[in-house]
Design a protein around this ligand. Structure first.
Ligand SMILES: Nc1ncnc2c1ncn2[C@@H]1O[C@H](COP(=O)(O)OP(=O)(O)O)[C@@H](O)[C@H]1O
Ligand SMILES: [Mg+2]
Length: 355
């Protein structure tokens, strides 16, 4: 049987470029080569598509990989993906292993829809909605899930009427979290304990997004669930608990990737009834947004056992030690098996845009 040619697309224009490169290297190493023929495509931080078939990632001064700016360019349009000489790469399906803006937000999904190329994961709408927490939260609430109290602050409004915005923020009480509506990896996210810290926290969040969420801090545990569609049925993994340790006050960028201080309990130590409720809430959230393929759904569990959904990631971190694969390994699927399930379900799914 002819092997299916899978383009693994890595890098991208978001602040999570390097994380995507780590995920892509791992998928390349683990993909089942008896069924699939992988090729690597890079997207530079500037948005140029690079043919990585003969090219390795480069390493930055921080030791992390990135897509080289000077690689062989690809030509990408609605007629497909071609090399610089106009030869079609003959791709059967795409694994857009990209996080954040222009990757996880429906934009590349739209391009692939237009080009008629099958791809792993959620379609245009689900990707876009999940990416923007200010749109996703009211949908979760509409499906009976609890979300953190909060407001949205736009950069223009902040610049034009600081006093009004401060008064709205003050009404939430303290501590609060200030975070970009469409970011990831905790970039631009701050815990704010009093009014004097609001301005700096907002300015930092505005570096990533002109739309920012201000939320009442939820005090409790952070529980994550990985949803994987297997034979067209969305299934919840066992749950994991993320535990951050001092000096980190929350799950910030350093705690996520850099200093190795975070503990993951897989499975999370939870009473059966609460675990079941969180698993069900994960499936509810997945369906509420119309997700496909995979998602990691993150919750807070308050001390009074109230379950609050924080966010859903349609292309969660995918290194072998990332939470999504780790949860599924504990649920009985190896890293290679997860990749095969995702690729096969991408081939069988309908196109997300209705005619
Ligand atoms: N309302 C909140 N209450 C308590 N902690 C929060 C709240 N919002 C965010 N956090 C903390 O900040 C982290 C990052 O926020 P999150 O909304 O998950 O953004 P990202 O998309 O960058 O992961 C969370 O994992 C959590 O530790
Ligand atoms: Mg998060």
């Amino acid at each position: 049987m002819k092997k299916l040619r899978v383009a693994i697309i890595a890098g991208g224009q978001s602040s999570e470029h390097q994380i995507s490169c780590i995920s892509a290297s791992a998928v390349l190493a683990a993909i089942d080569r008896s069924k699939f023929e992988p090729i690597l495509i890079g997207i530079t931080e500037g948005g140029i598509w690079i043919d990585m078939r003969q090219q390795d990632f480069e390493r930055g001064s921080d030791g992390l990989s990135y897509v080289p700016e000077n690689g062989e360019k690809l030509v990408v349009d609605i007629h497909g993906i071609k090399d610089s000489e106009g030869r079609d790469l003959g791709i059967d399906l795409v694994f857009p292993l990209l996080h954040g803006a222009y990757g996880e937000d429906g934009t590349i999904q739209g391009l692939l829809e237009m080009a008629g190329i099958a791809y792993v994961g959620s379609g245009v709408l689900a990707s876009a909605v999940a990416m923007d927490k200010s749109f996703a939260k009211p949908i979760y609430a509409d499906f009976g899930l609890k979300v953190a109290d909060g407001i949205t602050v736009h950069k223009d409004d902040w610049n034009n009427s600081k006093d009004l915005e401060i008064s709205k923020i003050r009404a939430l009480g303290f501590p609060i979290f200030i975070k970009p509506a469409r970011s990831g990896s905790s970039r631009g996210t701050s815990k704010v304990k009093d009014e004097s810290e609001i301005s700096d926290a907002l300015e930092d969040a505005f570096k990533y997004d002109p739309k920012v969420l201000v939320e009442a801090a939820v005090l409790g545990r952070e529980i994550e669930c990985a949803v994987l569609e297997i034979d067209s049925v969305a299934r919840a993994s066992v749950l994991g608990e993320v535990r951050v340790h001092p000096p980190h006050e929350f799950y910030d960028f350093e705690a996520k990737y850099l200093d190795g201080s975070t503990t993951f309990d897989i499975p999370a130590n939870l009473p059966e009834s609460i675990a079941r409720a969180i698993s069900q809430a994960s499936i509810t959230a997945f369906k509420a947004l119309g997700c496909e393929g995979l998602a990691r759904v993150d919750f807070f569990l308050r001390q009074d056992n109230q379950i609050i959904i924080n966010e859903l990631n349609t292309m969660p971190g995918f290194t072998p030690t990332s939470v999504f694969p780790a949860l599924w390994q504990q649920t009985g699927k190896s890293y290679s098996q997860i990749i095969t399930i995702l690729l096969e379900s991408a081939l069988s799914r309908k196109r997300s845009v209705i005619r």
